[in-house]
Design a protein around this ligand. Structure first.
Ligand code: SAM
Length: 285
């Protein structure tokens, strides 16, 4: 199978009665350099176990399989399974499971089909579920590295720094669990059908030591509240989340004790600053 011959791909899809589903985020790669570069950047070698989400017709899967010890690919769309059985027939280190990645028990999946000590993720993610999927994968802390393609705008949000418009609760969430890095951009012309926007490949390296946060639940509650109304000051954004337990004047004192200006906005704070605030508030709330 030549994954990069558009006519061959169209014929394969036609023969199998396949139509693209927008709801399943189906944009398949058609340019050789993209999967090649993804696998090169992921530094996958013959000892590595890899989880792929959404193999499509197997373009990236084949590229990963050529370097890895084993690839497990989870594909939601039943119609793609017979196609994958044809396109990946030559690989004896690929396993395909039909299912919804968000409904799987990740620990069990990795334990039974891959390797708990040495599994990474490599995938061109379905755009419609990118944020919940990235949260699901990072929070599990099972993967030492994830090399994933996402919409460029999502990549920018993940890697955004404080005081930029892309910076938000999601940036903090992903940075809490991983060290993210944008590797390269991919134009719409590299897919069928072509998406409306650019994509980016990002690397998320697991933090083996999480940031020093005393109460994780409260930390994320404060982060969400701080970004829920971006135009407001930190104090005004936090009030709805804390008002049953604390007066505004007291909250103002605490913000100042943390060393922050009382007019500061949530978007100026990084993980360290939210950790300081959490520490101050945890005994009061
Ligand atoms: N890897 C292929 C490529 O690069 O050409 C296809 C990538 S396409 C962007 C996303 C794939 O994810 C599709 O094959 C889609 O059917 C699959 N998918 C969508 N939602 C999924 C889910 N919840 N679980 C597993 N696969 C899913």
């Amino acid at each position: 199978m030549n994954f990069y011959d558009i006519h061959e791909i169209r014929q394969l899809l036609l023969t199998n009665g396949f139509h693209f589903s927008k709801a399943k985020g189906q944009n398949f790669l058609t340019e050789r350099w993209v999967p090649e570069r993804i696998v090169e950047e992921a530094k996958i070698n013959s000892n590595d176990y890899v989880l792929e989400i959404g193999p499509g017709i197997g373009t990236l899967t084949a590229q990963i399989a050529a370097s890895a010890k084993k690839v497990l690919s989870i594909e939601l769309d039943r119609r793609l399974i017979p196609i994958l059985n044809i396109t990946l027939a030559d690989f004896d280190n690929v396993e395909i499971i039909q299912g919804d990645i968000l409904k799987t028990n990740l620990v069990q999946l990795v334990q039974q089909h891959l390797c708990l000590e040495n599994t990474s993720v490599c995938a061109n993610l379905p755009y419609n579920i990118t944020s919940p999927l990235l949260s699901f994968l990072t929070e599990s802390r099972l993967f030492r590295n994830m090399t994933v393609m996402v919409q460029r705008e999502v990549a920018q949000r993940i890697c955004a720094k404080p005081l930029t418009s892309a910076y938000g609760a999601f940036s903090i969430y992903i940075n809490y669990y991983t060290e993210p890095r944008i590797l390269f951009d991919v134009p719409p012309s590299c897919f069928i059908p072509q998406p409306k926007v650019f994509s980016s490949v990002v690397s998320l390296s697991r933090r083996d030591t999480l940031p020093n946060v005393e109460d994780e639940k409260l930390f994320f509650k404060l982060v969400r509240a701080a970004f829920s109304q971006r135009r407001k000051t930190l104090i005004n954004s936090l009030m709805p989340a804390v008002q049953n337990s604390i007066e505004k004047s007291k909250l103002t004192d605490i913000i100042k004790e943390c060393g922050f200006d009382e007019k500061i906005r949530g978007e100026a704070l990084g993980i360290k600053e939210f950790a300081i605030l959490t520490k101050k508030l945890k005994d009061i709330l």
